[in-house]
Design a protein around this ligand. Structure first.
Ligand code: ZN
Length: 420
């Protein structure tokens, strides 16, 4: 093994060990508070529901540990067994090294690597979620979702890969700047067309029926200067009893979407408060800020790939032959290896991104409070959502600090009441 291969192995095992340790810490913390409802939650949740939330948290956590260990083992085998360079040689021997063939190789590897995880997805949906009464997905919907996902990836992902590889051959040393530009355009285009062309493939969207709720929500949109043409109901209950709300698209294509499960669970003022929170994300330009970070992130990633594609030791570490030219076949191994290895590093950025995300949540909560003129509607909604989704009310502070994109219930309530 080359010294870089050993470093890579340590990075992969380091991520896995850190995740395992954090999860264990959280499990022990949850168990230590499992015997009775903690005093802070006595008015919020009853004993049986609290006990179920503890069971759900622990079941998800234990299953997550097994799935993560499997993924890590699979990654190590794929990277260090020499199967990738061998597949690459067989493929180029069979189909040549043209741009079309190389894009198909990357696509095929992506599909092949997603297959071993399918039984875990199945178990999570039909055993774990089922056991706690959340699953409403049928086997037919589950299979159709996977087929549709694969077709969409082939239809959108394959041409994108081919275009990026073609650009390498066209532009030479500065290929990564062009490739980045293409990715950004693609990402923006996807955001534009997703609400109209992609999301309807998976769910049914119907305008919120006339009546008090519709009038109330449109009045809110108008009052806050939020341009929306439609407020839609989504049949989230087709797959799960979990609930949510979001807005999607931009400009003329913007629409507000409420899960039917959410509408069934909350009162009208609570729904209005949830929508005010979502509008807060828009008003405070959170979407724009997150988008610019992700665009900057992909620039750094492409620069890193272009640099690695010039390092012979990087190729040799995983058994690939090195060619110092700008052909698709010379760069494809670097693209593939980067895609497989980057998770071991980006994992350590999770807490930084989540600190930022939690600040956005506080800002959106404050906006909702200001718009509603009172904090109680949003607090009522948050309490119900935590109950219905059996959220973990007692996460270990280190675990939630690392993994939670939203502040815990008590922290949000405190900020809402104190008007922070
Ligand atoms: Zn939010």
């Amino acid at each position: 093994m080359s010294s870089f291969a050993i470093i890579a192995l340590f990075l992969i095992l380091g991520r896995w060990a850190a995740e395992f340790w954090l999860t264990r810490l959280n499990e022990r913390y949850v168990l230590a508070h499992a015997s009775e409802v903690p005093p802070a939650f006595r008015d919020i949740i009853d004993e049986p529901t609290y006990r179920r939330s503890v069971d759900y948290t622990l079941a998800k956590s234990r299953f997550g540990n097994i799935a993560d260990a499997f993924d890590t083992l699979l990654l190590i085998v794929v990277l260090f067994s020499g199967v990738l360079p061998r597949a690459f040689d067989v493929w180029t021997g069979q189909f040549g090294a043209s741009v079309g063939s190389m894009a198909a190789f990357l696509f095929a590897i992506g599909v092949a690597l997603s297959i071993p995880g399918l039984p875990f997805d199945w178990h999570a949906q039909f055993k774990l979620e089922e056991r706690f009464g959340f699953n409403t997905t049928t086997m037919k919907i589950w299979l159709l979702d996977r087929v549709k996902g694969l077709l969409l990836a082939a239809l959108l992902g394959y041409p994108l890969l081919a275009l990026v590889l073609k650009v390498i051959e066209w532009t030479g040393a500065h290929w990564w700047l062009w490739a980045w530009g293409i990715m950004v355009m693609f990402q923006l285009l996807l955001m534009l067309i997703a609400p109209a062309l992609i999301m309807p493939l998976f769910n049914k969207f119907t305008p919120l029926p006339d009546g008090g709720l519709r009038e109330r929500l449109f009045a809110l949109a108008k009052r806050t200067g939020f341009p929306t043409r439609s407020i839609d109901l989504m049949d989230g209950s087709k797959r799960s009893r979990h609930s949510n709300a979001f807005f999607t698209g931009f400009g003329r294509f913007r629409k507000i979407v409420l899960f039917d499960t959410l509408v069934a669970q909350l009162t009208e003022p609570e729904l209005e408060a949830v929508l005010a929170h979502e509008i807060g994300h828009y008003k405070k330009r959170h979407v724009l800020k997150l988008l610019s970070v992700s665009i900057t992130g992909s620039l750094v990633a492409f620069a890193a790939i272009a640099w690695l594609a010039r390092q012979e030791w990087f190729y040799r570490a995983f058994g690939f032959e090195f060619h110092s030219n700008f052909s698709a076949a010379a760069i494809v191994p670097a693209l593939l290896l980067f895609a497989l290895l980057s998770g071991a590093l980006s994992f350590w950025l999770t807490p930084i991104i989540n600190i930022w995300s939690r600040r956005f949540e506080y800002e959106a909560d404050a906006f909702a409070r200001q718009t509603m003129g009172e904090p109680q509607s949003l607090i009522g909604a948050l309490r119900k959502l935590n109950q219905k989704n059996l959220s973990n009310l007692m996460p270990h502070p280190l675990y939630s600090g690392f993994h939670y994109s939203h502040p815990a219930l008590l922290e949000r309530e405190r900020a809402l009441v104190n008007g922070l």
